[in-house]
Write a protein that binds this ligand. Structure first.
Ligand code: NAD
Ligand code: MLT
Length: 528
């Protein structure tokens, strides 16, 4: 199978080498496309690779009928409609580590340029002026740097700032006093960062909660003469409020790498002499571009070839060690979900997946998601996948529970799926037998041993002599070959089930005749 990959922003040639070397991949590179042009192209592709310029909108994801994965060569995914990607079952992966150093180094370059007015002095000198008075700067040593957002880049900036003998204050919802102490910096609230800093640098993602986190009210709390750096995302700082704060001399200078609108259309902020700027160059180093393109290319290749994502954004990620442990149960969990969905007629309101035995020890959330995928596929079709299964379950009002239990009924591992509707419930349990593959070992209260694959027929009947024979004869009459048959009963002469595996799907009229046989209560065809 050949996968078509579309690259719509410029990526490092060395970085995409893994894609070029792959045998089953065709790459198309077209950059600077309008949304309209991208919409016309995207329908043909299995994967889309972008940096920050391409806007991966809902419309793009809707048109990308074959899209399985969007790879973002970089950290920020604010140019990708993640909700739409999840709804359409498109996995989004990024390259979170590859440009951390470059972004931190760029922030330090901006901080030092800002403090010493280097860009302004350079520009003046280029105009053939020898002006030494206008460009007197300030030292960093002994000043306070406030960091808002102490993630990968914020932390690297903190380490470098300490080398410049700055006192570092940081605010991050996940920062603890212990961690701050270990890093040799001071733990602070956002207010403390705003009120006490001589320089403030932001390193959060752009989220609803961080949009305009530095706004007029924030500037009002700052020391007069504060200097601001944004090498994270346009929109974290309210540009109008920054303009006013500079004009009113509250803010002495600002260094901006990112802007609310990119490419910039309104240059009024940049016309202020106190503002220095670069056109989103934080990650623009040879090393970072190679790193992020390699990371995202490898992840996209793995995903297209059916492997697990290393850096998923819209799917929780698990360490490789745990993924390797639970991988053998993926098939089982999906089959159990598909099987049990066939057993009820009314809408499913609740599903509980119980994990027992050795499965007890690991994070099994991907298996729960996979079970839900199997369950929903029956009615929603193949567009349900690992990414969008929880979304669709939620949309359909199905509560999903996951439970670990010690009761493995003698099996080394046991997955039990119980579903509830308004009127009833159904349960199926299965196991992964070492070397023998997957087995369904229980349906409701009946013990059986069936390979969950192919065309199955579940028949509920009364445990009476002749019932099995009548089913066998009728199927033979219609030339349906029975490959396996398992019978389970509650007690002699009571309710019982037959689980048949047949060599081909059975037509509606045959099912009708089966239902009409004596002592047969229910006939359910199941295709796995
Ligand atoms: P990260 O996820 O490692 O760190 C972000 C941190 O922000 C997290 O620790 C998070 O807890 C914190 N945070 C979230 N909400 C917050 C809030 N309301 N207040 C304070 N902190 C909050 O991300 P990172 O890799 O360090 O990247 C940080 C930013 O830098 C992102 O926006 C990314 O897109 C941007 N970036 C820009 C460039 C560039 O070229 N200019 C390059 C790389 C990354
Ligand atoms: C990022 O979020 O990684 C940066 O914006 C880098 C980029 O892709 O330009």
């Amino acid at each position: 199978m050949t996968f078509n990959i579309f690259i719509s922003d410029s990526l490092s040639e060395e970085g995409i080498a893994p894609l070029k070397q792959a045998e089953n991949v065709q790459i198309t590179v077209k950059t600077n496309l309008t949304e309209e042009a991208l919409l016309q192209e995207i329908g043909e592709y299995d994967a889309l690779l972008v940096r920050s310029q391409t806007q991966v909108t809902r419309a793009v994801l809707e048109k990308g009928k074959k899209l399985k994965v969007v790879g973002r060569a970089g950290v920020g995914v604010d140019n990708i409609d993640l909700d739409a990607a999840t709804e359409h079952g498109v996995l989004v992966v990024n390259a979170p580590d590859g440009n951390t150093n470059s972004a931190a180094e760029h922030t330090m370059a901006m901080l030092m340029s800002l403090a010493r007015k280097i860009p302004q002095a350079y520009y003046s000198l280029k105009q053939q002026k020898w002006d030494r008075k206008s460009y007197v700067g300030v030292e960093l040593k002994g000043k306070t740097l406030g960091i808002v957002g102490l993630g990968r880049i914020g932390a690297e900036v903190a380490y470098r700032a300490k080398g410049q003998r700055l006192k570092v204050l940081a605010y991050d919802p996940f920062l603890t006093e212990e961690k701050a102490e270990k890093m040799g910096i001071q733990y602070a609230t956002l207010e403390e960062v705003l009120q006490q800093s001589d320089f403030i640098t932001v390193h959060t993602p752009l989220l609803k909660a961080t949009k305009h986190i530095i706004n007029k009210a924030a500037f009002d709390q700052m020391k007069p003469g504060v200097q601001i750096i944004n090498c994270a995302r346009g929109g974290i700082i309210d540009e109008d409020a920054l303009f006013q704060a500079i004009v009113h001399k509250k803010v002495a200078g600002a260094a901006l790498d990112v802007f609310e609108e990119e490419p910039i259309q309104n240059f009024s902020l940049l016309e202020l002499p106190e503002v220095i700027a670069t056109p989103h160059l934080g990650a623009s180093t040879i090393e970072a571009q190679e790193n992020v393109a390699i990371d995202v290319s490898l992840d996209v290749l793995t995903i297209l070839n059916g492997g697990p994502a290393k850096n998923p954004v819209n799917l929780p990620s698990l360490p490789a060690e745990i993924m390797n442990r639970i991988r053998p149960y993926f098939n089982l969990s999906e089959k159990l979900g598909s099987f049990v969905a066939n057993l009820v007629k009314d809408p499913i309101e609740e599903v509980t997946v119980y994990f027992a035995g050795e499965l007890n020890k690991w994070d099994v959330s991907p298996l729960t998601r996979n079970t839900v995928k199997g369950l929903l596929k029956l009615h929603l079709g193949d567009h349900v996948n690992d990414v969008n299964a929880p979304y669709f379950a939620n949309k359909k009002g199905i509560t999903v529970n996951e439970q670990k239990t010690s009761s493995s009924k003698g099996f080394t591992n046991l997955v039990t799926v119980e579903i509830k509707t308004k009127t009833g419930s159904a349960t199926v349990a299965g196991t992964q037998l070492n070397g023998l593959g997957t087995r369904i070992v229980k349906v409701d209260s009946y013990s059986i041993d069936v390979i969950p694959s192919g065309n199955l027929i579940l028949i509920r009947h009364k445990d009476q002599p002749g019932a099995i024979g009548r089913v066998g004869s009728l199927l033979a009459q219609f030339d349906v070959n029975i490959a396996t048959m398992q019978v389970g009963r509650s007690d002699v002469g009571g309710d019982a089930i037959m689980m048949l595996t047949v060599d081909r799907p059975v037509e509606e009229n045959v099912l009708k005749e089966l239902k009409a046989l004596a002592d047969i209560y229910q006939v359910i065809p199941i295709e796995l």
